[in-house]
Design a protein. Structure first.
Length: 141
């Protein structure tokens, strides 16, 4: 697991687009470090970003929209699942490990997902093939 996240990871965890994340970077709302032409973000950078009121509202709207879009789709070509997964964690290092593991595994499995941590509760919204979601959950629990 990496000690940092890329723009694509921040986009996946927040449910926002890469373009939106770049916009937040340009405005100074999201801070990170650019090394060798690649943006890198720590868990702390991500937490500070999500703690901002305007970001929380936008992320919440995107998450709710993703679930509504899933429910509103009546025709699929293959089985699909959407899971809202709450995981109580104490924060700090425990939350960092969960977030890093989720990032690595969800991306490797090709899942659409978002992540949010607030007041002792980590929440992930996972979307994709049921067997991929089951594999992720069995790996993380």
């Amino acid at each position: 697991m990496n000690d940092f996240y890329r723009i694509e990871d921040i986009a996946a965890m927040s449910g926002l687009s890469v373009r939106t994340i770049r916009g937040y970077l340009a405005k100074g709302i999201l801070r990170g470090e650019k090394a060798d032409g690649v943006w890198r973000f720590t868990q702390e950078d991500f937490s500070v970003f999500l703690a901002q009121k305007q970001v929380r509202r936008t992320v919440r709207a995107k998450r709710n929209g993703a679930v509504a879009d899933f429910l509103g789709t009546s025709r699929r070509k293959s089985p699909a699942a959407c899971l809202i997964w709450d995981w109580p964690v104490s924060g700090g290092e425990e939350e960092n490990r969960l977030c890093a593991a989720l990032t690595e595994r969800a991306n490797a499995l090709g899942l659409r997902w978002s992540y949010h941590y607030e007041s002792g509760m980590a929440r992930a919204i996972l979307e994709g093939p049921p067997e991929a979601i089951a594999a992720l959950l069995s790996h993380l629990t």
